[in-house]
Design a protein around this ligand. Structure first.
Ligand SMILES: Cc1cc2nc3c(=O)[nH]c(=O)nc-3n(C[C@H](O)[C@H](O)[C@H](O)COP(=O)(O)OP(=O)(O)OC[C@H]3O[C@@H](n4cnc5c(N)ncnc54)[C@H](O)[C@@H]3O)c2cc1C
Length: 497
């Protein structure tokens, strides 16, 4: 059932097993996955279609690197997937590891924990399989890779056929699902805790026409993206001055993007060698792919740089016959000073607006320069490119990156509450029933577009919450150790994966 919360005939005081805030890909899939086991209330700030009045809630101040706060995300049923570009990529194995040259790097678990969910995510995203092997895809398409030696990692992005719009895909299903009640045009503005500050007891939402709702959930999941999730936690300051989950001043810190840089000194001299780099190639079941290239994990360690991928692109004004530019999508290093906080301004619902201070650090700058030099030199050696001398000059000193519309890291995952906002099960440290779904929990962000990894985490969280709802037995203990997976569905039968 989908209800417009502005409608005066709709009752706005409810209780549910699970309340999920945000109907983007994370919130929608989590709701669907849990709906056979629990009653779900899904609360979405936007409507079914985009609405300029609702979009005013996204306004805020950007005081660091240039970052528009409205165009980089979408409010409404389906979240930002209504405007996303569909680039799917996998994290590399070493993206999950602690790297001595990258401060605050590493996840509490390795890639194998998420790999379990990859084929499910690939199916969801219409990729026709989980093949991200650039060499295999090139072989099957009878294409040779321009650079392929041990120092480099040929890679692909995959695109679904068609690229999925979660709102369009799930609208009908959510209208009919008796276990999910969705409120649209309902913006969560506050979270209340019990007197011990260890349980969420209620959440409050408001509508643009002055209505207020109260939900009493057993479990609350915030799935509002990397800017609004910390904003809600920081705004919820009526009982704890610093906000909910913010005992260690970590909520909103470590904001990470995937900064993009044009490698201006590099010109391709043999663009015809780069088949399906600037134009997509066809692959399985009508899905498509694009090629790119990174330094191997060993080469990254030797140079002490973060992860990155070289890609080729044309700007909108260029025609298909022009030689494409070379650019790098970078992993941004975790940086506590790159952060989301609250401004003094309030929006029309009384929530303090966002203040974003997006900042890069020295490692980001050095990583761009070293990676560009290393890949550029290899292209020159192979007669594929020309590097101008300006690689050594001030070009690298005043870097102004482009953003990639990926808002990550602001409620990072860590085993210890001193180092992160959520534990390895995505549960907010210190609270028994508050969870976060989405890219804000990524402690390190790879070079790769986030949605593929984010959805794997959502499926894992769904598995974990089913256990919690049905038998109280944890799938992963807070220190990341696996426990036996046993839980029951609502009918009392063993849940089958
Ligand atoms: C232009 C663009 C292009 C992109 N391209 C790619 C790409 O090619 N590949 C890729 O991997 N990723 C891409 N992304 C990122 C991708 O869209 C996100 O990773 C994905 O949508 C995240 O899903 P989510 O559910 O976590 O958050 P979102 O999609 O942001 O959804 C969050 C939802 O929460 C709602 N919400 C926020 N605050 C509140 C509140 N207080 N109360 C109630 N509801 C609230 C919002 O209205 C929204 O619907 C792109 C994003 C944009 C904007």
């Amino acid at each position: 059932m989908i209800l417009d919360a502005r409608n005066s005939e709709v009752a706005l005081e409810r209780s549910a097993d699970v309340a999920i805030v945000g109907a983007g890909p994370a919130g929608l899939i989590l709701a669907r996955e849990l709906s056979d086991y629990a009653s779900i209330i899904l609360i979405e700030s936007g409507g079914i279609k985009a609405d300029p009045q609702v979009d005013t809630l996204q306004k805020g101040e950007s005081i660091g690197l240039d970052y528009p706060l409205s165009e980089t995300r979408a409010r409404g049923f389906g979240g930002s997937s209504s405007i996303w570009a569909g680039y799917c990529a996998q994290f590399d194995r070493h993206d999950f590891l602690q790297r001595s040259w990258v401060a605050n790097s590493g996840w509490p678990f390795g890639v194998e924990v998420l790999e379990t969910y990859y084929s499910k995510v690939a199916g969801l995203l219409n990729l026709g399989g989980v093949n991200f092997d650039a060499r295999d895809i090139a072989r099957k398409n009878k294409i040779s890779l321009p650079i392929d030696n041990h120092k480099f990692t040929p890679t692909v992005w995959r695109f679904g056929a068609p690229i999925i719009r979660f709102g369009d895909l799930l609208l009908k299903e959510f209208c009919c699902n008796p276990n999910i009640t969705t409120f649209t045009n309902a913006t969560v503005v506050d979270i209340h805790l019990d007197s011990e500050h260890s349980d969420v007891t209620r959440l409050i939402f408001r509508t643009m026409n002055g209505r207020q709702g109260v939900i009493i959930p057993k479990i609350l999941v915030l799935a509002c993206g990397g800017l609004e999730t910390p904003r809600i936690l920081l705004n919820a300051d009526s009982q704890i001055k610093a906000g909910v989950g913010n005992d260690n001043d970590l909520v909103g810190r470590f904001f990470m993007e995937h900064p993009h840089f044009h490698i201006k000194p590099l010109t391709l001299t043999k663009p015809e060698a780069f088949t399906h780099w600037a134009e997509r190639g066809d692959f399985d079941a009508g899905s498509q792919y694009l090629s790119c290239l990174g330094l191997s994990a060993v080469a990254q360690e030797a140079l002490s740089v973060t992860n990155a991928r070289l890609h080729l692109y044309r700007t909108p004004g260029m025609d298909g016959s022009e030689t494409p530019f070379a650019g790098l999508f970078m992993e941004q290093a975790p940086n506590p000073d790159s952060r989301v906080s609250l401004s003094k301004q309030e929006d029309s619902l009384g929530m303090r607006r966002l203040q974003l201070n997006w900042r890069l650090n020295d490692l980001d700058r050095v990583s761009f320069k070293s990676t560009a030099q290393e890949i550029g030199a290899e292209l020159v050696r192979n007669g594929l490119g020309r590097m101008s001398n300006s690689i050594h000059n001030s070009l690298f000193n005043n870097l102004s990156p482009l953003y990639s519309n990926h808002q990550l890291g602001t409620t990072r995952m860590a085993i210890s509450p001193d180092e992160g906002v959520v534990d390895s099960n995505c549960c907010v440290h210190g609270l028994s029933n508050l969870y976060i779904a989405g890219g804000s929990v990524f402690p390190t962000v790879s070079w790769a577009n986030p949605t593929f990894t984010l959805m794997s985490l959502v499926y894992r969280l769904a598995d974990y919450l089913r256990v919690k709802l049905n038998s109280g037995k944890a799938l992963y203990t807070p220190n990341g150790c696996e426990e036996k997976l046993t839980f029951l569905n609502r009918q009392g039968n063993k849940y089958k994966n």
